[in-house]
Design a protein around this ligand. Structure first.
Ligand code: PMV
Length: 344
């Protein structure tokens, strides 16, 4: 009898938070300080294949991204993640100690500065769990993806997604209850996102370190936590009611508050670039002229703009023209699907 091929391939899409996650309450378990809410996109996906080495080998884990071998801290992160899976009690004896080859491909446009750990760790979670013989429910896949990167917990699902902060009193219960799940949306809520790609300039601080500094030093952080839970509840109501204007206002406010909170850290964490402010002005200009458009920003200078699907062409056309007459690069995205896993 031939042994079953221990391999799996998974695809996950990027998500953009409309109510942001910024700050952990437990860095080991990757438990967030607050719940958050996002939209999974139709573009910017990662496909990852995990193939186990035969039993009795060295147990080594190797990885490539877009054809190039991973080394250093990036490889160590993947290895730690695979260890998390292969040391679980529910991995069967023969599979547990085996090494793995991880092959990952991103479809993020080159130089767009959008490389997201969310699609990457969601795809890695799906492929690794399946290759090591686990059949995890969506909730447990989301919990697993969370351990690679918090925002990855949300890319397990398509469309609008909420990631619950989970039980705040106890980390063990917190780990069990901090997962993402889809948010029911009104049938006529037909949204799109324009992604304005700006020059990333010199590489800023990574989100992990920036969050830790914000939690430790920003006097605004407690207020951020308090408001974010309210924003999540109101955003859910807006999605259920199909109220795009209400959702957009909450999303833009959440992004601005997140950046305000990190600007108040010492030293300040600043991802806003002069060009970002130009796009925020252009978005305000769109609204002033009657087109519904709301901006959000993450740990970088790019600006993502939420709008109705019917307005996407007009929003892209308006944002492509820079204030100084130059052209901006604007990508289009629609709501996208959740994690897809194929075994073998
Ligand atoms: O999951 P991380 O470590 O990539 O952090 C994501 C943080 C933000 O993108 C800025 C906000 C969010 O909720 O996705």
């Amino acid at each position: 009898m031939t042994a079953p091929l221990a391999a799996a391939t998974a695809t996950a899409h990027a998500n953009i938070a409309l109510v942001k996650y910024w700050g952990k309450r437990d860095a080991d378990l990757m438990l967030p300080a607050t719940s958050s809410l996002s939209l999974t996109l139709s573009t910017f996906d990662t496909t990852t294949r995990v193939e186990l080495a035969p039993a009795g080998g060295s147990g080594e884990v190797t990885a490539t991204l877009d054809g190039a071998p991973l080394t250093g801290p990036a490889l160590a992160k993947v290895q730690r993640f695979v260890d998390l899976v292969r040391t679980r009690d529910d991995v069967e004896g023969d599979l547990a100690g085996r090494g793995a080859r991880v092959t990952s491909v991103n479809t993020v446009p080159t130089g767009a500065g959008l490389a997201s750990s969310a699609s990457g760790f969601a795809a890695l979670a799906g492929a690794t769990a399946a290759a090591y013989g686990l059949d995890l429910a969506p909730r447990d896949l989301s919990r697993l993806a969370r351990r690679g990167s918090g925002s990855a917990s949300r890319s397990v699902h398509g469309g609008f997604v909420v990631w619950h902060a989970g039980d705040l009193a106890d980390p063990v219960r917190g780990d069990l209850t901090s997962f993402a799940e889809p948010v029911p949306a009104a049938a006529d809520l037909d949204v799109a996102m324009a992604v304005v790609v700006l020059d990333a300039g010199p590489k800023s601080i990574g989100s992990r370190e920036a969050m830790a500094r914000t939690v430790a030093t920003s006097p605004y952080f407690p207020a951020w936590v308090e408001h974010t839970e309210v924003d999540v509840a109101q955003a859910r109501d807006a999605i259920a009611a199909g109220d795009l204007a209400q959702l957009g206002e909450i999303a833009e406010a959440s992004a601005m508050r997140m950046h305000a909170t990190m600007l108040a850290a010492r030293p300040a964490v600043r991802y806003l670039a002069p060009a970002s402010l130009g796009v925020l002005d252009a978005v305000a200009g769109l609204r002033a002229s009657g087109t519904g458009a709301w901006a959000t920003m993450d740990a970088g200078p790019n600006v993502k703009v939420l709008c109705a699907r019917v307005d996407l062409d007009a929003v892209v056309a308006a944002l492509e023209v820079g204030g100084d007459g130059g052209r901006r690069r604007v990508l289009r995205a629609l709501p996208g699907p959740g994690l897809a896993v194929t075994r073998g």
